[in-house]
Design a protein around this ligand. Structure first.
Ligand SMILES: *Cc1c(COP(=O)(O)O)cnc(C)c1O
Length: 314
């Protein structure tokens, strides 16, 4: 995989801010899920599976990329997809692209995911397929190592890039959702002697819940048993603005400004929310004169959902 560019943008609270453009990765609008999907397909091939099952809602960037890569590799693809907590299911550019690349959606609710996954696996197995469910067992456990490796490797990449551009980063910020990305960055950071402060900005979960999940990922990754990795974890859940997918005027303005000033697309669910969270974190904690790296984790189709929505409104 090619290295993604790191570019300098505006200074915030007297800090030099840089963006690592993982949104520019390869195919299907890139993003962190491109790196993660790459690991899943590699693992599936070594395990001789011939069908992939992903999990995600209609906004999911992971499902878009898995569906695209499966289509390209001529591997059948199913997506178990829960409705939002409100019970709604909204069409997005991501769900449009999933349909375009012929993945089969299997809809469910948050409370019958395990049953839906189990039935689907049984059904496909009885038809002669060898299905690979990206999250492991029907409860979504057991395959944590695979996605974590994606951002473990990114820390090596960042350390190499620091030398090339002659900057040492003090902090790394990004949008933290399921925790796959954050666990990978923490694991890579441990491997590099805890060189960076890795700060995940929550886009959905509260801090206690996420520390639990990150500990699961990290214990699996390092083959440890119930080790407590808490002192490696910085996770801020103060910028949820009402929960997953919700946003306020500050985020709206940031997305518009970032596009006008630097031509970079952010979205309200992930990167825009995390960028605003980072700004607030820097001022609240009086962080100044540091080098800050923000990882742009992708989600460009969600930028266009946002533009579509505001252009209807205004
Ligand atoms: C999934 C996603 C995240 C969060 O990554 P996790 O590994 O789930 O924590 C952040 N940004 C974008 C654009 C995403 O699609």
């Amino acid at each position: 995989m090619n290295k993604t560019p790191i570019q300098s943008i505006k200074s915030i609270n007297n800090n030099n801010v840089f963006i690592k453009r993982d949104d520019l990765l390869g195919e299907s609008f890139g993003g962190n899920k491109y790196r993660i999907a790459y690991e899943f397909f590699k693992d599936m091939e070594t395990r001789n599976k011939d069908l992939i099952i992903a999990y995600g809602n209609n906004r999911s960037n992971l499902c878009r990329i898995i569906s695209y890569l499966a289509y390209k590799k001529r591997i059948p693809c199913y997506i178990v997809s829960p409705s939002d907590d409100s019970g709604d299911r909204i069409d997005t550019f991501n769900s449009f692209l999933v349909n375009l690349t012929k993945a089969h959606y299997v809809f469910c609710n948050k409370n019958n995911v395990a049953d839906t996954v189990e039935k689907l696996i049984l059904d496909l197995t009885s038809k002669g397929y060898k299905p690979y469910y990206i999250n492991g067992d029907k409860y979504g456990k057991g395959n944590e190592k695979v996605p974590v490796h994606a951002y473990y490797k990114v820390v090596d990449e960042i350390v190499e890039q620091e030398k090339a551009i002659n900057v040492n980063f003090d902090y790394i910020f990004f949008a933290s959702g399921t925790g796959m990305t954050q666990a990978g960055l923490i694991a890579g950071n441990i491997n590099h002697g805890k060189k960076f402060k890795i700060v995940g900005i929550s886009i959905a979960r509260n801090v206690n819940n996420q520390i639990l999940k990150l500990n699961i990922f990290l214990n699996q990754y390092f083959n440890t048993n119930n080790y407590d990795y808490s002192n490696n974890i910085i996770f801020d859940d103060n910028y949820l603005f009402g929960g997953y997918g919700k946003y306020n005027n500050e985020i709206r303005k940031e997305i518009i400004n970032m596009y006008k000033e630097d031509g970079i697309p952010l979205d309200p669910t992930y990167t825009g929310k995390a960028f605003v969270g980072m700004k607030n974190y820097l001022s609240k904690n009086n962080i100044e004169n540091k080098n800050i790296l923000f990882i742009h984790t992708g989600g460009t189709p969600l930028f266009f959902d946002f533009i579509n929505y505001i252009s209807e409104k205004y």
